[in-house]
Design a binder for this molecule. Structure first.
Ligand SMILES: [Zn+2]
Length: 425
């Protein structure tokens, strides 16, 4: 055990709590992308005092980027005394809207009963604060460490990461030789290592029809009924088939250990805002359906798509007047970092030392910024590891446990030590 490192972290609990509460007080709500710049600057100013080189990088022209809501990211780097690998801690600073049902002010950084409350407490300002405390303690105990440490606070993870990690990865911030190991302190629990996530295919299907008077539907062609035929085929064929596709990926919760598809939305005919409270008098000539298909390492995206398009093509052959369009909205490949990857082994050893047990290895049902690190940056030595309970994310009275943050900070510091100084104690 590295007593000195762990004791140093224990001595900084107040700092850790204050840092977490301060971060929560920036209402970095996305959308629209509120308070990104002051939050990034707060992180940058703190690390500048520690002699980090600090850059603010705006995701110019990315979705939502305007002068009112600039997509400002912060990347801080500290080079050690001698060459060596770089460890990068990446946290998103954006949070989702507070919503209703809170018993505390979601942006006050309330501390009570051993917890810090607020929107983003667990997802993921607590993890960001824990990583900063871990890094600072490590640098104080081992000022002569080799290699380099980076800490970033990035935007827009909650809306796809285009102005944040994706933008930075496109500029080389998440590639070799600059970076070797990436840890993303998302709230996956202090004793679990998240190796990756399932894949995503979002698409919009449109059926067409022909407008006519609602009293004489036989004169037109009803696009909503065509979509009904699509949904019926999904119910009868596709959903049962997806249920049967199990995966070896250790996805949590277990219900997500198979292929899934959500119908996100369906719209057809004249919109309600056009005639509030009144039904449309017409035969609808269009209907659009959005699907969110989550797929597995064992599947490939071409097959995933053809399962859907083959149903649509068959309807086109068999159902009179049926025609459709399909448009991709988003594609993400599934990812699973190897268990013997250096960053996995280093954090596993930290968990072993702090909790005296082996970590659980998990896969997230949904995606997070690891996709951009892998796909654009080509860094595969990447995991999510951080304090907080995922189920609390995005909910009212979100909180992070102070002791959980302290323990995770210790695990991160031990992992950092192993990756940079390469010593196993
Ligand atoms: Zn998150």
């Amino acid at each position: 055990m590295n007593e000195k490192l762990l004791k140093t972290i224990e001595g900084r609990v107040d700092d850790l709590v204050e840092l977490t509460a301060d971060l929560i007080r920036f209402p970095t709500i996305n959308p629209p992308g509120e308070a990104y710049r002051p939050c990034a600057e707060y992180i940058g100013e703190r690390l500048k005092k520690r002699s980090f080189g600090v850059e603010y990088i705006r995701g110019e022209g990315t979705p939502g980027d305007t002068d009112r809501y600039p997509r400002v990211n912060v990347v801080a780097r500290f080079d050690g005394r001698s060459p060596g690998p770089t460890v990068h801690f990446n946290s998103h600073i954006d949070v989702v809207e507070a919503g209703d049902g809170w018993t505390v002010d979601p942006f006050a950084g309330v501390v009570k009963d051993g917890r810090v409350y607020g929107r983003g407490a667990c997802d993921m300002k607590g993890g960001l604060a824990a990583s900063i405390i871990a890094v600072e303690a490590f640098m104080d105990v081992y000022p002569d460490f080799p290699g380099a440490i980076e800490i970033s606070g990035t935007v827009d993870e909650e809306s796809g990461g285009y102005g944040g990690v994706a933008y930075l990865a496109g500029k080389g911030y998440f590639s070799k030789p600059r970076v070797d190991h990436v840890i993303i302190p998302e709230p996956l629990n202090k004793d679990r290592i998240c190796l990756g996530h399932r894949g995503v295919w979002w698409a919009e299907i449109e059926t067409m029809g022909e407008i006519a008077h609602g009293s004489m539907p036989f004169l037109g062609d009803n696009a909503v009924r065509h979509m009904g035929a699509v949904l019926q085929a999904f119910e009868e064929e596709l959903f049962p088939a997806l249920d049967r596709k199990q995966t070896k990926m250790p996805v949590v919760p277990e219900g997500a250990r198979r292929s899934t598809m959500n119908i996100n939305s369906i719209h057809g005919g004249q919109t309600e805002d056009f005639r509030p409270g009144l039904p449309s008098p017409n035969v609808p000539d269009w209907c659009r359906l959005t699907i969110d298909r989550r797929f597995l390492l064992e599947e490939n995206i071409a097959e995933v798509k053809s399962e859907v398009t083959s149903i649509l093509d068959r309807l086109k052959r068999e159902r009179p007047k049926f025609d459709y369009d399909i448009r991709d909205i988003m594609e993400v490949q599934p990812i699973m970092t190897e268990r013997d990857a250096p960053v996995v082994k280093a954090i596993a050893q930290g968990i072993h030392e702090i909790f005296d047990r082996e970590p659980d290895y998990v896969i997230s049902p949904g995606t997070y910024d690891q996709k951009h690190v892998a796909r654009i940056g080509h860094i595969y030595d990447c995991i999510a590891y951080g304090p907080g309970i995922l189920d609390l994310a995005h909910r009212p009275d979100e909180w992070v446990g102070i002791e959980d943050m302290v323990q995770s900070a210790k695990v991160m510091a031990i992992g950092l030590d192993l990756l940079l100084r390469g010593k196993t104690r």
